[in-house]
Design a protein around this ligand. Sequence first.
Ligand code: ADP
Ligand code: MG
Length: 327
Amino acid sequence: MFIKDIGIDLGTANTLIYLRGRGIIIREPSVVAVNTHTDSAKYVGKEAKEVIGRTPGSIVAVKPLKNGVIADFETTTIMLQEFIRKALRGKTFTKARVIICVPSGVTTVERRAVKEAVEQAGAKYVLIVEEAMAAAIGSMIVDIGGGTSEAAVISMGGIISSKSIRCGGDELDAAIINHIRKRYNLLIGERTAEDIKIQIGSAFPMEREDAMEIKGRNLLNGLPETINITGSEVRDAMSEPLARIVDAIKYTLEQTPPDLSADIIDRGIILSGGGALLRGIDRLIHKETGMPVLVAEYPLDCVAEGTGKLFSNLERYQDAFMEDNRY
Ligand code: ADP
Ligand code: MG
């Protein structure tokens, strides 16, 4: 069997690969572990994420899409090609059509770089679409990823108004790290910060606020130390980046023509991306915008699933395909 249609969600935190007829078959963190002596990639995806912060000096973990941009093109290419190889498991990848979703903040140069990377992996036709476009066809979608968040109003298969900011889940983690450093003189790692966010973090006051014991390194005496923090404290720590995400949504609503605004009042705002899983984020956005807010059923899968829908509607998108392949 030849693989013909492949959808790729190239996220700053996670990369997903969708094979038409099979569904999502790869879900891996966008991480590569590189050996600095030989400059070669040692581990990709899940395996690489496991070695972050635990590796000997010569192996460093790289997030090639740090901060919502392709910080390291070569590593992005290696990672993409490895995921594609894994997804295809030896099957032929010639004449394949690939739809690849990137954060809409990426530059034209970066788009072209991504396209080349996929072509080098053997794709014949490559269409680059913006994440939000694949996540929802209709109404307003807000995708909160690792390095970026985007709000977009989509109508008739086109983006009417949108705003992409380089602030997502990673910024929430960074805000937690900062808070704990300032308040407790305690240094914690990125993985701990993400754990705290997922376990006790929230964007809106909860009926039950949890607390958590965390371990880090005391900055004054250099020794390991354990402290207790509460959910409401974590929420306060994250308030600044959360406000920036809310502002991007408000800005997008302001740019939307009145008739479409009326549709959004009826249909609501749909949240996708891993950040949609932050507890209370829907309530925060509802309070700030007055719009009904729904979290997508599988927020982490929306974009990759959306590529499948795009393939099904390909006749309508054929022009876009041709356009993108003119470079
Ligand atoms: P990207 O599209 O940039 O790869 P994702 O949509 O995969 O990003 O989302 C990754 C982000 O979602 C990370 O910052 C991660 O910490 C966050 N995330 C995942 N699960 C949760 C959760 N349960 N609560 C809060 N944040 C979460
Ligand atoms: Mg994403």
